[in-house]
Ligand binder design. Structure first.
Ligand code: NZQ
Ligand code: ZN
Length: 386
């Protein structure tokens, strides 16, 4: 096992009716800004629960955070914070609202020029200060509710970039599985697949004898495989939603990353498909991952075999066959969640591949646990996914 340092300071408030508990977490004299998205919280009663909980606070609201949140929108929220002298932010929504809030709380305190530098000028820019914030999660997918990362898109240049800082961990996150009952089926699927691929990015590399991390990763994958399709068939089942919510938080709250190598190439290639073509985050992952597994069969051999045996219960005397069956099992799981996995399913082909190749070449990124996925390999991965 590799060396590691680990802390996760986020307080989780899990279960039914836990939204009312936020008053115990937010000091009563604070001026609060509630940030949310396109209005789903007004249709499912979450907004009313928040309003009720905050009745004795001085609070304001900022709505309109879009999926794959825009830097431009976030900067409007920064203006509101400055105008109203806000002390504390409450993010109410999915990963987009929480990610936007992480950027907003850092940007509001940023004094080194354009806050876009937080994303585009890493590692030269260090965040020294951020406003405190809590979250009420309405879509389980990203684990943004219990991690310190965020992904923001600049509409003007179609760039989708990430940052992380220990200063943007939420102070608390409310996880009430029943608020996810109103998710449309496609968002249930997106959430399950995003969580699945988060685990894969931290598990499907090479063995370092991190037995606990492997077992934990496999357990999370099994929960997603067992309960993901059930959530589509039985959307009002609380226990299924609770399992998925907790599994997706665990998929990227830092625990399974301790002491093991990490990949993240599927995510970084996928971000380009979202940035250029607006494809949902999880759907880009479902397109890219089977290509990464195929191209890196040799490098990832031991872990692909383990995934096949331990998670999908596959058996074969032939190593080659077991590797191929494992890749097929992953793609079939995505299909079982009604998510398409080919570029052509989204009407994309050679032009898209070339565009992403050009950007990767310009950035000179070296992706994957071995840092051996350059623009050429990205092209090969996408060619495999036409
Ligand atoms: O905007 P509203 O009206 O709230 O509607 C949202 C949105 O349209 C809707 N929704 C959310 N909760 C709902 C609901 N509809 C009905 N009932 C509910 N309870 O769902 C739509 C999608 O929401 P969004 O927040 O965009 O989805 P998700 O949670 O999948 O977040 C995706 C974003 O997170 C980033 C992605 O890149 C993407 O920008 N990620 C963040 C990560 C992190 N911070 O660690 C890691 C991930 O890999 C990912 O990159
Ligand atoms: Zn993701």
């Amino acid at each position: 096992m590799n060396n590691f340092a680990f802390v996760n300071p986020v307080k989780i408030l899990f279960g039914k009716n836990m939204i009312s508990e936020i008053t115990k977490e937010i000091p009563s004299h604070y001026k609060v800004l509630v940030i949310y998205g396109g209005g789903s919280i007004k249709k499912n009663g979450v907004y009313d629960q928040v309003k009720n909980a905050l009745k004795d606070y001085q609070w304001f609201e900022f709505s309109g955070i879009e999926p794959n949140p825009h830097y431009e929108t976030c900067m409007q929220a920064v203006e509101v914070i400055k105008q109203k002298n806000i002390d504390y932010i409450l993010a109410v929504g999915g990963g987009s609202v929480i990610d936007a809030t992480k950027f907003i709380v850092a940007a509001a305190c940023f004094e080194e020029g354009d806050p876009w530098r937080i994303l585009a000028d890493k590692p030269n820019v260090v965040i020294n200060k951020a406003l405190p914030f809590g979250t009420i999660l309405t879509l389980s997918a990203t684990a943004s509710e219990m991690n310190a990362g965020a992904v923001i898109t600049k509409k003007e240049t179609l760039e989708k970039l990430s940052f992380s800082s220990s200063l943007v961990y939420p102070k608390f996150s409310v996880l009430d599985p029943s608020v996810t009952f109103t998710l449309p089926p496609v968002q249930i699927s997106n959430g399950v697949i995003d969580s699945f691929v988060h685990v894969i990015e931290q598990y499907l590399t090479y063995p370092v004898n991190g037995l606990l991390q492997d077992f934990m990763a496999e357990s999370i994958l099994k929960v997603l495989i067992i309960d993901g399709p059930k959530a589509l068939k039985d959307p009002l089942n609380y226990d299924i939603r609770a399992n998925l919510m907790w599994a997706s938080t665990w998929a990227l709250n830092g625990w399974i990353a301790c002491g093991v190598p990490q990949d993240w190439s599927t995510h970084l290639i996928g971000h380009e498909l979202t940035a250029f073509y607006g494809i949902d985050h999880a759907q880009t992952l479902a397109i890219v991952l089977p290509g990464v597994m195929k191209l890196q069969k040799e490098e990832k051999k031991e872990k692909i075999l383990r995934l096949g045996r331990e998670v999908f219960s596959l058996q074969s005397d032939s190593t080659e066959e077991l590797i191929n069956d494992s890749i097929t099992a992953v793609e079939s799981f995505f299909h079982s969640m009604n998510i398409k996995t080919r570029l052509s399913d989204y009407n994309l082909g050679d032009d898209a591949i070339q565009k992403i190749y050009d950007r990767m070449e310009k950035r000179e990124w070296k992706l994957g646990e071995h840092k051996n996925i350059t623009a050429n390999e990205v092209k090969k991965i996408l060619e495999l996914r036409k």
